[in-house]
Design a protein around this ligand. Structure first.
Ligand SMILES: Cc1cc2nc3c(=O)[nH]c(=O)nc-3n(C[C@H](O)[C@H](O)[C@H](O)COP(=O)(O)O)c2cc1C
Length: 196
């Protein structure tokens, strides 16, 4: 089949785009506001974008709390979302009021980070401490106002649960990371609210 995105003439019940860029890792981003309010949210428009130095990026649909907090304080943490923590990951996508912590809502334990202020999720087997580099508004070809904002950060410190270091290598599979499969395939996916 062939379709033009602008015409949306794919004839399928869901737009297949996200079924074709899959799976997408989930950045489970913890942030702190200038006042010290905590936010934790999953982002599947997320990935590592470089190493030496390591950098990650995620895209926020609109200016959500994570983006606002990062711009206030310049720091964030990417926690590894795992199968064991899948329900908590989903719960932390709740659109809580600024100042209400999704970490508390989901019954997670904040653990102190070493180089940045936002706490990491103690239950997560790995976490990347990051400093904000830039936010890029994703302006479309049409010139319409950007709906998404790409947040890029440099990873400055990394936590790995020692239980997952085996013979000098990280046993990623044993951590059971979860990914966003797609919205238009028949594969297993997180039961989520409508979200990217
Ligand atoms: C698995 C999953 C992936 C998500 N990925 C994104 C994403 O890439 N970009 C985005 O803007 N929202 C995404 N969301 C929704 C946000 O997590 C949600 O809007 C956010 O937590 C709202 O919190 P806030 O209003 O306190 O910032 C995702 C939700 C789930 C459950």
């Amino acid at each position: 089949m062939f379709y033009e995105v602008a015409k949306r003439d794919h004839g399928l019940p869901h737009d297949p785009f996200k079924a074709l860029v899959a799976p997408r890792p989930i950045g489970w981003i913890s942030t702190a506001s200038a006042k010290g309010e905590i936010n934790l949210s999953p982002y599947s428009f997320f990935n590592a974008v470089s190493d030496q130095p390591p950098m990650v990026a995620f895209a926020s649909q609109g200016r959500k709390d994570a983006l606002t907090f990062i711009e206030e304080t310049g720091e964030f943490v990417c926690n590894l979302a795992t199968f064991e923590l899948r329900d908590a990951v989903n719960e932390t996508s709740a659109p809580l009021a600024r100042g209400e912590s999704e970490m508390t809502l989901a019954g997670l334990t904040p653990a102190p980070s070493r180089l940045v202020k936002p706490p990491r999720v103690a239950e997560a087997p790995a976490a990347l401490e990051c400093r904000h580099l830039q936010t890029v508004p994703l302006t479309p070809l049409s010139g319409a106002e950007a709906r998404y904002f790409l947040v890029v950060g440099e990873v400055v410190a990394i936590h790995i649960d020692e239980r997952f270091i085996v013979e000098g290598l990280v046993d990623t599979a044993a951590m059971r990371p979860i990914t966003r499969a797609a919205t238009a395939t028949i594969s297993w996916r997180l039961p989520t609210r409508a979200s990217p």
